[in-house]
Design a protein around this ligand. Structure first.
Ligand code: SAM
Ligand code: DTB
Ligand code: SF4
Length: 324
């Protein structure tokens, strides 16, 4: 029997899921997964950083903040044609969604115009479109929607309680306001977070509780493992226990049964076996392509081989899922 998704989780209930014996948690997550999704199927998104570095925000994990010396070369907003060419290559490699990321606190008027042209160009290729451009107001969200943007990525990143240990240039409510603007415009929401930043299990539970208790679950929930980049304040952060990472995926799957749970940043640092466990725990989406935004990702041949070895196939994209 399929139980209707809940939006009233308490943090204690969520923490209790984290505390289950590992096998019990994975079994429960895989059971929920099969009730709501085709088994052995993974959705593939390719990322491109269309504007890189020099971001005024101070996110402690991010190599693109202007405040940290990470040796990253800044790049201005890319030309529309170049972005569309990259999207075509991603489509030919097998990606169904193309996600354009920009290191902005929030886009300016002219940025929205250029992004709109990019979105139109990518959508003409028959790909789903996603963008992550920082904070949006309602009007900006509507403009992007009108250009054909299917998904907007905007992560809450961590718990409300831990947020100011990671970012001081905005607050948690700013994130929620943008998510509301995206929803109101009628786009699909891609929203998740990062684990391995020194947060407690309760912080992880709170982060997932906030996502699960939104009026509507995000259609995509990226779970990133911190990529500890030299030069950032989190450069020397001790890595998370891999089983705790998998637990986070499993709890996300149980709380948000119909959402795509994306095994996101950090895959390059993971063994094939750990990634297989993540799929078993209910992950059914990945970032595909040799680069995330500025850091590495497994190469395409390796991922194809991994999916083959696991008997997994790729999911077709569904353009315009939430707006015609
Ligand atoms: N500037 C926009 C924003 O912050 O919303 C969009 C781009 S930002 C790079 C997108 C997301 O990438 C962040 O919210 C964070 O979750 C993730 N991210 C950035 N650096 C990361 C890192 N070193 N490890 C894991 N995830 C990271
Ligand atoms: C998300 O949750 N993870 C992606 C995407 N959304 C934009 C970004 C990961 C970035 C990892 C660090 C980098 O490559 O700069
Ligand atoms: Fe800027 Fe986004 Fe990086 Fe924060 S995560 S520093 S907002 S690019």
């Amino acid at each position: 029997m399929t139980i209707a998704p809940r939006h009233d989780w308490t943090v204690d209930e969520v923490e209790a899921l984290f505390a289950l014996p590992f096998a019990d948690l994975i079994h429960r997550a895989q059971t929920v997964h099969r009730e709501h999704h085709p088994a052995n199927t993974v959705q593939m998104s390719t990322l491109l950083s269309v504007k890189t570095g020099a971001c005024p925000e101070d996110c402690a994990y991010c190599p693109q903040s202007v405040r940290y010396d990470t040796g990253l070369d800044r790049e201005a907003l890319m030309a529309v044609d170049d972005v569309v060419t990259r999207a075509r290559t991603a489509r030919e490699a097998g990606a169904t969604r193309f996600c354009m990321g920009a290191a902005w606190r929030s886009p300016k008027k002219r940025d929205i115009e250029v992004m709109s042209a990019m979105i139109r160009g990518v959508r003409e290729l028959g790909m789903e479109t996603c963008a992550t451009l920082g904070m949006l107001n309602k009007e900006q969200a509507r403009e992007l929607r009108d250009a054909g943007l299917d998904y907007y990525n905007h992560n809450i990143d961590t718990s409300p309680e831990y947020y100011d240990k990671i970012i001081t240039t905005r607050d948690f409510q700013d994130r929620l306001d943008t998510l509301e603007a995206v929803r109101e415009a009628g786009m699909s929401v891609c929203c998740g977070g990062i684990v391995g930043m020194g947060e407690t299990v309760r912080d992880r539970a709170r982060m997932l509780q906030v996502l699960a208790n939104l009026e509507q679950h995000p259609e995509s929930v990226p779970i990133n493992q911190l990529v500890a980049v030299p030069g950032t304040p989190l450069a020397n952060q001790a890595p998370i226990d891999p089983f705790d990472f998998i637990r986070t995926i499993a709890v996300a799957r149980i709380l948000m049964p119909s959402s795509a749970v994306r095994l996101s940043a950090g895959r390059e640092q993971m063994s094939d076996e750990l990634q297989a466990l993540a799929f078993l725990a209910g992950a059914n989406s990945i970032f595909y392509g040799e680069k995330l935004l500025t850091t590495g990702n497994p190469d395409v041949e390796h991922d194809r081989r991994l999916l083959d070895r696991l008997g997994m196939r790729t999911a077709p994209g569904v353009i315009g899922a939430t707006h015609a």
